[in-house]
Ligand binder design. Structure first.
Ligand code: ATP
Length: 202
């Protein structure tokens, strides 16, 4: 029996690194963020709904969404954030399920992982078979995020503050992958969870 497994954790916790390791072990990975970007391309149904609600001012000149401007609007107003999420989250999960079904048609025992930062906040954790939370301490999260080089320290700290706390996410976890040490240790932790999941779907 195939399994659909949500993989989540805070910013810089190592989700994508873990996803890569799971893939090396034979798992399939669906990147929720990438999928979301595809769903909001100009003239897609989700794009139409977003523009219908938020107006043209959240568009770039090439009609793509201006994520920074949209982010600003929803950051300031929780009701607007809810509107955006109610447009995106169900569609993202629908597409994830569609892709899952496609993978399972070819591999009935597939272990399929969704790399989704907002798995728990979106409520989509209820729809997967198992939840993995990748957790490191705050300092590791900060250092990992700095390594990526996209965000400044203050911005990373602000995001860590505004995100759901890692300790709260752990309450939803069927499996916890600690990521406080080196990559070798992380690989061992990932392998252990992968083997447990394989045993489950026998
Ligand atoms: P984001 O929240 O930005 O999506 P993420 O949780 O997916 O991040 P990754 O992209 O996997 O995190 O990791 C962030 C950076 O930290 C990457 O450069 C990755 O190589 C590095 N990293 C993650 N875990 C470790 C580790 N145990 N040892 C060394 N580097 C690590």
């Amino acid at each position: 029996m195939a399994l659909l497994i949500g993989l989540t954790g805070g910013i810089g916790s190592g989700k994508t690194t873990v996803a890569g390791m799971l893939q090396e072990l034979g798992g399939y990975v669906i990147d929720a963020d990438l999928l979301c970007r595809e769903l909001v391309r100009p003239d897609e149904p989700a794009w139409r709904e977003i523009v219908g609600h938020f107006g043209d001012s959240i568009l770039n000149s090439d009609r793509t969404l201006n994520r920074a401007r949209l982010g600003d609007v929803v950051f300031r107003d929780p009701a607007e954030k809810q509107v955006l999420e109610s447009i995106l989250h169900p569609r993202v999960f629908e597409e994830e399920e569609r892709r899952f079904a496609g993978i399972v048609r070819n591999d009935p025992e597939a272990l399929v992982f969704i790399d989704a930062a907002l798995l728990i906040e979106s409520g989509n954790y209820r729809k997967v078979d198992k939840v993995i939370v990748v957790a490191g301490d705050r300092q590791t999260q900060l250092e990992n995020s700095l390594k990526k080089g996209f965000l400044r320290r203050e911005e990373i700290e602000r995001r860590i503050e505004n995100q759901m706390k890692v300790e709260d996410k752990l309450a939803y976890a069927d499996f916890i992958i600690r990521n406080d040490g080196d990559l070798q240790l992380l690989k061992q932790n990932v392998r252990r969870v992968f083997e447990d999941l394989k045993a489950l779907n026998k």
